[in-house]
Unconditional design. Structure first.
Length: 77
């Protein structure tokens, strides 16, 4: 439960959230494949200053026992 977790302070209230990489892995594990693939593609093509760390994504997938490789190959080609 601590993998990828950070604490954000919102007006004095500490709120635990997960980073982008953990959220995408959880989407594949817990949501539909269609939703998860859309999330992955959006994260890969994001123009914001927050880029998706593919090494971290693969490390989280390995720790959570999910094979993300076929989806990364599909989304990046």
């Amino acid at each position: 439960m601590e993998l990828g977790k950070t604490i954000v302070d919102l007006e004095g209230v500490k709120v635990p959230i997960y980073n982008r990489e953990r959220t995408i892995i959880d989407a594949f594990r817990l949501l539909s494949r269609e939703t998860a693939i859309k999330a992955l593609k959006m994260a890969l093509t994001s123009k914001s200053n927050h880029y998706l760390d593919l090494r971290k994504l693969q490390a989280y997938a390995k720790k959570l026992r999910f094979n993300i490789s076929p989806f990364l190959i599909t989304a990046t080609t």
